[in-house]
Design a protein around this ligand. Structure first.
Ligand code: ADP
Ligand code: MG
Length: 210
């Protein structure tokens, strides 16, 4: 059966204006992403993978000049205002970055960090959002989740922190999950576990992964 296309990138160019001149980071990038599909972007260091994914999240650097179309559910994401972006980002499209420490707030309890997008985007009560956070912690394989919901990030290992980041990314049942080298900072056995976990989650949620 033919699956529906949920994201269409057409002729995307990103240039950066710098004091040393113009950096042409990506040129003429086009692809379609279908529902439930995994799309892998492969290339050497500096070839523009992170620039591409950040552009899809509306998180480009200030000196970026973007040309082309990013079509998501009838909207052209390159034309969204920052206010409109805040409804899409972290809700319908979410992202997992390479280093879990930079994605987590060191001063905030992990359970609350997972609950936050649920309160924001689904207007859930704190109690309901924390219940769901606990469920998500179990889903991503945090052992004895009840005992750890009030922990701070520094109390967890790198692999466990990346699971927390995945739980945050999944909290709103996103249609698209963007993972930019989500396991590079982790050791090899943990890398395999995280990739397996993402595959399993994708099967049950039918989300698309880049
Ligand atoms: P990858 O993720 O594939 O390793 P990147 O997407 O991070 O590569 O980078 C692509 C290119 O864009 C690199 O040459 C990088 O130096 C350049 N670049 C990224 N961000 C900026 C910026 N804000 N200003 C200038 N150049 C940038
Ligand atoms: Mg990169």
């Amino acid at each position: 059966m033919d699956k529906e296309t949920i994201l269409q990138v057409k002729d995307l160019f990103v240039d950066f204006r710098t004091y040393a001149g113009r950096v042409k980071a990506i040129r003429d990038v086009s692809f379609d992403l279908k529902k439930g599909e995994t799309l892998a972007i492969v290339g050497e260091s500096g070839s523009g993978k992170s620039v591409t994914t950040r552009t899809l999240m509306g998180l480009s650097a200030k000196n970026a000049e973007i040309k082309g179309d990013i079509l998501f559910k009838g909207k052209n994401l390159t034309e969204l205002s920052e206010n409109d972006w805040s409804k899409v980002r972290g809700n319908e499209i979410t992202m997992i970055f390479q280093d879990p420490m930079t994605s987590l707030d060191p001063t905030m309890r992990i359970g609350l960090q997972i609950a936050e997008p649920i309160m924001k985007h689904e207007k859930a009560s704190k109690k309901a959002a924390l219940d769901r956070a606990l469920e998500l912690m179990k889903q991503v394989g945090i052992p004895n989740a009840e005992e750890h919901i009030n922990d701070y990030p520094h109390q967890w290992s790198g692999g466990m922190r990346q699971r927390a980041v995945i739980a945050i990314a999944l909290a709103t049942n996103p249609e698209i999950l963007i993972a930019d080298e989500p396991t590079t900072a982790l050791d090899v056995t943990i890398q395999a576990q995280i990739l397996q976990l993402m595959k399993k989650i994708q099967k049950t949620s039918d989300s698309s992964i880049i």
